[in-house]
Write a protein that binds this ligand. Structure first.
Ligand code: ZN
Length: 234
């Protein structure tokens, strides 16, 4: 690490103390990710090894609207907190441990529902991307790609309509469906021979993801499965 990097690290440590985002202890934090695929040297996971090992993967698979969806574990308060710290507080380094869980879900999905040729992250509307600086599903898919060797395709589909964030809608499933209906657009028809795996962060109702998969399938694309870090067990 050069002197500028060291100085910046010091400043960052003061602004964002390197405490675990779950137990808030400062000891035994997982190391930074490194310079790879959108993650920088300063992207610490802010997660201690204890909490990391506490996220023991228990693969959960279920079918939502005819689509097999698999999570690395049952969604729990800690997992939701990690995802919101990454999305809303910009702690990109949390993508490392979350991608670890998705890799487990991908392995299980391949075993149960078949191989894929590309990974497609759930797209984000450009206004939200501008506000957040990155699409967490894309970042996670890139890391899953590193581990599995399956390429990421993020030019296949876009999100055309900014919707109210699902997490902020304290209403019924039907209203959530209404909120996301018709918000995706297929950008190319050139992938009709490819087998696709969708990568998401967390699956709660599965409504957003089902909307995306239905659009792709109706367009003749072969979506095999959806994999995420966590899925609500219910
Ligand atoms: Zn911890």
């Amino acid at each position: 690490m050069n002197i500028v990097a060291q100085a910046s690290r010091l400043v960052l440590d003061i602004i964002y103390p390197d405490n675990c985002c779950l137990c808030e202890q400062g000891d035994d934090i997982l190391p930074c990710g490194g310079f790879v695929r959108g993650l920088r040297w300063c992207d610490s996971p802010h997660l201690c090894t204890n909490c990391f090992h506490g996220l023991s993967p228990i693969i959960i698979s279920k079918t939502i609207a005819g689509i097999p969806m698999t999570g690395g574990m049952n969604s729990c308060a800690n997992l939701v907190k990690m995802v919101s710290e990454m999305k809303y507080h910009g702690i990109r380094g949390l993508a490392w441990p979350l991608a670890d869980l998705i890799v487990k879900a991908v392995e299980k999905s391949i075993q149960n529902y078949g191989e894929v040729d590309v990974l497609v992250p759930v797209p984000m509307h450009k206004s939200r991307r501008r506000e957040r600086g990155f699409n967490q599903a894309e970042l996670l898919a890139e890391l899953v790609s590193l581990a599995t060797g399956i390429n990421v395709e993020n030019q296949l589909v876009s999100r055309e309509r900014a919707t109210v964030q699902q997490a902020k809608i304290d209403i019924k499933l039907e209203d959530r469906r209404e909120n996301i209906s018709g918000c995706y657009k297929l950008l190319t028809q050139n992938y009709d021979s490819l087998r696709i795996g969708i990568i998401d962060d967390l699956i709660t109702s599965g409504a957003t993801t089902a909307e995306l998969v239905n659009l792709l399938r109706e367009s003749g694309l072969r979506v095999q499965w959806v994999a995420a870090a966590g899925i609500v067990k219910l």
